[in-house]
Design a protein. Structure first.
Length: 117
């Protein structure tokens, strides 16, 4: 059985646990991008790969979802084993925008810069 990672839909405010590798159990806590793509069963959009440590906000916490989306678009992923010394990723849109603007190097900035479509 493959290890599971978090994938999210920023439009429907849902996340899912899914495998990220085509074959085998190549598990790593630092995976930046998934080999596999999934679509949201609610809206049909491609899900965003969030990493292993993403904690899905409540559906009603739209502000936290927006902060997660901004971070994802800037290349931040919820990765690692918790053993890094970088600061915690922010949970509000305003703090996420400032964090993205002023944080050039961070242990969780491992993904490609993307736009949610």
């Amino acid at each position: 059985m493959s290890s599971l990672y978090k994938f999210a839909c920023f439009d429907c405010f849902v996340s899912f646990n899914r495998p990220a590798f085509k074959k085998g159990n190549n598990y790593t806590a630092w995976l930046a991008e998934s080999e596999l793509e999934y679509v949201c069963p609610n809206c049909g959009k491609t899900l965003a790969f969030m990493g292993r440590n993403f904690r899905s906000p409540k559906r009603t916490a739209e502000s936290k979802w927006l902060a997660s989306k901004l971070l994802w678009e800037a290349g931040f992923r919820y990765v690692g084993s918790g053993g890094h010394e970088s600061e915690t990723l922010p949970e509000t849109p305003a703090s996420a925008r400032a964090f993205i603007k002023f944080t050039k190097h961070h242990a969780q900035k491992v993904g490609a810069v993307k736009n949610w479509r």
